[in-house]
Each structure stands twice: as structure tokens, then as C-alpha cells.
Design a protein around this ligand. Structure first.
Ligand code: IMP
Length: 428
């Protein structure tokens, strides 16, 4: 189908671009699928043979029998969610061949979930609208070196010491008192025992696989614009969502990567607060939200919807070194008379009005930009039945060609529906 290369798949917008399905498809050409960042804040919705799966932790590749699925050290894992996910997949009859998790992966503890809510409350209108899964506090404990790793779960005395120290920090800093360190150490040691067989040094494992020529697919979660450094800080998530994290989050170097595929939804959505220049007003976004079923896979929150934004895409192309695009949910645009795309922003400066084509870091500036649009003709046909690119209506092809022209990135895959079969290959 495509070629056997070590490929990174990342989101180019605010997340929810439909990466899960693309990863699921590309898995056929790879032996190993690795998650390298985020946790159960990210949900991938997949439809296989009409059956829906929402994967939060285990790489979506698990639905392809015979593939090795790996959780990298850059991920943060809620052990209870992981165990539940393993059981659910097994109950659904999914063949659970080979699954492993890095010994260096950090564990989301119950106190992280509690702190997530406390910190959000503290932040007022600077809050990110988190998924309340303890992601940020887990990453901040990791960076402050108070974290608990998978390997620690297997060492009872180390685990007890680490939990005690972390709780001391949180008690002093936040007044958090409700957790009993001994009880937690006991529980998490027990959970660790359940997962013991999966915990390995994945850097060594993946390096051996590379040497044997086994192609690896690096599965990104979320999107570039909620990256902790390159996104809409402080409204985004607490991990790096960009392609370089495929290396730091697995223990491989940049030369391990052959190709970076950016997933672009044909319009833009966002869950959570913060500036969103090309956002549509509530009363004009019903078509996209309804047809695109734009509700959070993890939180079920309605997603904010807007037009495709080339300023965002250019930023993503640069910070990720994107080679190719997969364009998703193009079928959702069917029935719209006109389709707009933002190509630049207008901002007011001391010198007057200026047109910019880069994404501002100052959230106050970003909140005030005026998006400049190009308007395209829409199409009325339902395109989810198209099997070839050539069958698409001319207006849809024009829209696709234009995005390609403006960004300079070839669009290789076009997803025209939720199912595995709804995919159009192009220029291959
Ligand atoms: P957190 O990752 O739960 O800390 O949430 C931080 C921000 O990232 C919030 O605005 C979330 O809505 C957003 N976010 C986290 N995960 C996802 C995702 O998978 N898709 C889209 N937005 C996400």
C-alpha cells in the first residue's frame, strides 16, 4: 500500500484530527506501533467492521492482529485505565499478541487527578479546561523529579519512599492531605505485579527492531497547537505533541525516523478554552459539529468548530518537518454552499494594521487577530461512497489541490468517512 518506513503520525491542529484511523490503516505496513506522549486525555475513535473502539492508551494498532504495540516512556499512564483497556479489548475478542510498556513511563497517581482539579480552579480564566485525568500534575511531578515510573512499581521499598516524598511535596504546597502513602504503595505495588510481564526497556527493544529492519509507526496523540511549548500555552496540554517527541518519548534518536505524516482535518476543532482565530460562531457551526460528530472522545464535551487555518498549518509544517499530509473528514463538508479557509491574520500594531502569516505566541495578540479568508465553492454530493480520488466532485478536488498548493505539502491520503474502507490514496 504505502512504503515500509519508520513513520511518525502527528496532529497538525488542536487534536482530534482523526489520527487514530490513519494510524490504524498505516499499521498494515509496519511491524510495531508506538505511542510516545500524552495519556488517557487523548482518545482515538476507530470503527472496524461497524464496531466502535475508543482507545485511550494502547496504540490503535492493537486492532490489527500480529502487530507489536508499545507504550513509550513519554506517555503518562493511569494504571487502572490501562488494565481496564486491556480487559475490554480481550473481552471484545481482540487478539492481544504483543504489548509492552516502557519501564520509564510515568504513572498517574490518584493524587495527580485531585491536583488537576485544584490547579484548574486556581487558574481562573487561564485554565486550560483540562480533561481532569491528572495529566499535567503527573508531567510536572516527572519534571520536578517526584514522579513514579513503571519500574518503581516493581520495587516495593522504592515505591513507598517515592510516594511518601511526593505526598509530602503536595501536602506542603497544596495542603493535600487525603492520601495515605502506605495504602497507596500497597495498592500500586499490587497493580504493578499485574502488569509486570509487559514492563521492559523499550529503547533496547526498538533499537533491535530497527537493526532487523522492522518498520515502526510512531503514533502521536493530540495536536501541534496544544503542545506545551509550540502550542497555545497555557491553554494546551502538558506534553510535547510534536514529531520530535517520537524520539525523546521512546529512547531513539532522530535518525530513526524516515517520514513525518501530518494529519489535517478539513476544518478545525478545539476542545477547551483559549484563542481560536478561525472559529465559527455557535449558530454557524452546527453543520460541522453534527455531521462531524464533534464531541470529545474522552470528555464528550462539544468541540468548538471553525474553518481550516493555513497559519496554523504552516506553523505545524515548520515545527514538525512534515513530509506529507493525510486530510480527514472531507465528507463532513458536503452540503456546505461555501467553504472558507483562513490564509493569514490581520493584527493591529503601534505602526498600524499588519498582515501576518505566523502564529503569535502572545495569547492576547492571538485572541485579537482578524482571520483573512479565501472562499471556495462547496459541493452537495455525499462523497463517502467515492472509492477513488477521481470520483470526487470537482469542487472537492479544487479544495484539496488548493491546500496542497498553498502549503507545499503533498496530500497522500484522504479520509472520506469514519470506516476503515473510507480512504482515498493519492499520488502514490
Ligand atoms: P489535559 O491534557 O487534560 O491537561 O488538558 C489540557 C488541554 O488539552 C485541554 O484544553 C484539553 O481539552 C486539551 N486536550 C487534551 N487531550 C486532548 C485530545 O486528545 N484532543 C483534543 N484536546 C485535548
Amino acid at each position: 500500500m504505502l512504503n515500509h518506513q519508520n513513520t511518525v503520525v502527528i496532529g497538525t491542529q488542536f487534536g482530534d484530527e482523526g489520527k487514530g484511523k490513519i494510524v490504524d490503516l498505516l499499521t498494515a505496513d509496519h511491524d510495531i506501533v508506538v505511542r510516545f506522549q500524552a495519556g488517557n486525555n487523548a482518545g482515538h475513535t476507530l470503527v472496524v467492521d461497524g464496531k466502535q473502539f475508543i482507545q485511550k492508551l494502547i496504540p490503535s494498532g492493537i486492532l490489527n492482529p500480529g502487530k507489536i504495540c508499545v507504550i513509550g516512556n513519554g506517555v503518562v499512564v493511569d494504571i487502572n485505565v490501562l488494565i481496564e483497556e486491556i480487559e475490554n479489548l480481550q473481552n471484545a475478542g481482540v487478539v492481544f499478541d504483543e504489548f509492552m510498556i516502557s519501564e520509564r513511563t510515568h504513572v498517574i497517581m490518584p493524587y495527580h487527578i485531585e491536583i488537576d482539579a485544584i490547579e484548574e480552579e486556581m487558574k481562573g480564566n487561564l485554565k486550560a479546561g483540562t480533561t481532569k485525568k491528572g495529566i499535567g500534575p503527573c508531567y510536572s511531578d516527572k519534571i520536578a523529579r517526584f514522579g513514579i515510573r513503571m519500574i518503581d512499581l516493581l520495587n516495593k521499598s522504592m515505591l513507598a519512599r517515592k510516594i511518601k516524598t511526593a505526598l509530602l511535596r503536595h501536602e506542603r504546597m497544596l495542603g493535600l492531605k487525603k492520601f495515605d502513602p502506605d495504602e497507596l504503595a500497597e495498592t500500586y505495588f499490587r497493580l504493578g505485579q499485574q502488569l509486570q510481564g509487559y514492563i521492559i526497556n523499550i529503547s533496547v527493544f526498538l533499537d533491535k527492531a530497527l537493526q532487523k529492519g522492522q518498520p515502526i509507526l510512531f503514533e502521536g496523540a493530540q495536536g501541534t497547537h496544544i503542545d506545551v511549548e509550540h502550542g497555545i500555552y497555557p491553554y494546551g496540554t502538558s506534553s510535547n505533541t510534536v514529531s520530535a517527541t517520537a524520539c525523546t518519548g521512546t529512547g531513539l534518536g532522530p535518525k530513526a525516523i524516515d517520514k513525518i505524516l501530518g494529519v489535517v482535518k478539513a476544518y478545525t476543532t478545539r476542545v477547551g478554552p483559549g484563542p481560536f482565530p478561525a472559529e465559527l460562531p455557535q449558530n454557524q457551526s452546527t453543520h460541522l459539529r453534527k455531521r462531524g460528530r464533534e464531541f470529545g472522545a474522552v470528555t464528550n464535551r462539544p468541540r468548538r468548530c471553525g474553518w481550516l487555518d493555513l497559519v496554523m498549518l504552516r506553523h505545524s509544517i515548520r515545527v514538525n518537518s512534515i513530509d506529507e499530509f493525510a486530510l480527514t473528514k472531507i465528507d463532513v463538508l458536503s452540503g456546505m454552499e461555501k467553504i472558507r479557509v483562513c490564509y493569514a491574520y490581520k493584527i493591529q500594531t503601534d505602526q498600524g494594521v499588519e498582515e501576518i502569516d505566523h502564529f503569535p505566541a502572545d495569547m492576547d495578540v492571538l485572541a485579537k487577530v482578524t482571520p483573512l479568508y479565501v472562499e471556495h465553492n462547496g459541493w452537495t454530493e455525499d462523497i463517502s461512497q467515492c472509492n477513488h480520488y477521481d470520483q470526487l466532485p470537482t469542487a472537492a478536488k479544487n479544495y484539496i489541490d488548493w491546500i496542497e498548493e498553498q502549503t507545499g505539502i503533498p496530500i497522500r491520503l484522504i479520509s472520506n468517512g469514519a470506516g476503515r474502507e473510507n480512504i482515498l490514496y493519492r499520488n502514490i
